[in-house]
Design a protein around this ligand. Structure first.
Ligand SMILES: [Zn+2]
Ligand SMILES: [Zn+2]
Length: 257
């Protein structure tokens, strides 16, 4: 796991990568991650051409004050802006926020990154996400950025952890230290994709643990994942971190299903 750490070496490497990607942008203007059209430089956009950028569904209020779910369909004032799920079963995290809905151009871009293994697309999504994260309130309060880990077998198969690529950039942009090894995924059962909410919760139970010798004691932690579906994965990670003494574990994801 050493190559995923935050050593001085990896910081130097990531600076060198940054310089290289800036040079590449001059030589090869970036193309839209959804439709492939060139992105006009004057738009300042990192990931999408103007039409695709306009097609993004960013998550904006009204949203559930805990899990960030859109409350577009309306809500009762006496519920303190909570969705039904958070009202009935408050999650282990006090707050989860996602940049946009997992559909349209954002879905295309995330598939390009995650399934077609386009790391550059991931780095660009990470840049866009970290710009968005900078505008969130209370961000300076966090002690640690922690990506949701992959099981080692999955990591070997995919070659990278998409959440770590997002988390690394957020850590740099927001000046919050990164710890990519504090949480470990110890088992990997059935994929979550096919399961309902209740089954997902049971399916992730005890799949994560704190690394031997690591402590989360007193820390306010920002958990990073690529997609929020029912919140069961990040909820389980938050539970483990709290059990390990963390003061709080809030969640940021790129997309929300
Ligand atoms: Zn486009
Ligand atoms: Zn909610």
């Amino acid at each position: 796991m050493k190559r995923y750490g935050t050593s001085a070496n990896s910081m130097t490497r990531s600076k060198a990568r940054g310089a290289l990607s800036a040079l590449a942008d001059v030589l090869f203007p970036p193309s839209c991650l959804a439709c492939g059209d060139l992105i006009r430089e004057e738009t300042g956009a990192v990931c999408f051409c103007t039409p695709c950028g306009e097609g993004l569904n960013l998550l904006e209020p009204p949203i559930c004050s805990i899990c960030g779910k859109s409350l577009e369909g309306g809500f009762r004032e006496d519920t303190q802006r909570l969705c039904v799920d958070c009202l009935l079963r408050p999650p282990f995290f006090p707050r989860a926020r996602s940049m946009g809905k997992y559909e349209g151009p954002l879905l295309e871009a995330l598939h390009l990154f995650k399934y077609r293994k386009n790391i550059t697309a991931g780095e660009r999504l990470a840049k866009m996400m970290s710009r968005w994260a900078l505008d969130l309130p209370d961000l300076h309060d966090f002690d640690l950025v922690v990506p949701v880990p992959l099981h080692p077998a999955k990591l070997r198969k995919r070659g990278f952890n998409q959440s770590l690529i997002l988390a690394r950039r957020i850590s740099q942009t927001c000046s919050i230290p990164l710890d990519a090894t504090i949480l470990v995924k110890v088992s990997d059962g059935d994929p979550q994709v096919e399961l309902g909410r209740k089954e997902r919760k049971a399916n992730v139970r005890n799949r994560f643990t704190l690394s031997k010798g690591k402590s989360a004691s007193g820390l306010k932690i920002l958990l990073i994942d690529d997609v929020y579906t029912t919140g069961s994965t990040v909820g389980e990670c938050a539970r483990i971190l709290l059990k390990g003494g963390a003061r709080e574990a809030a969640v940021l994801t790129l997309a929300r299903a």
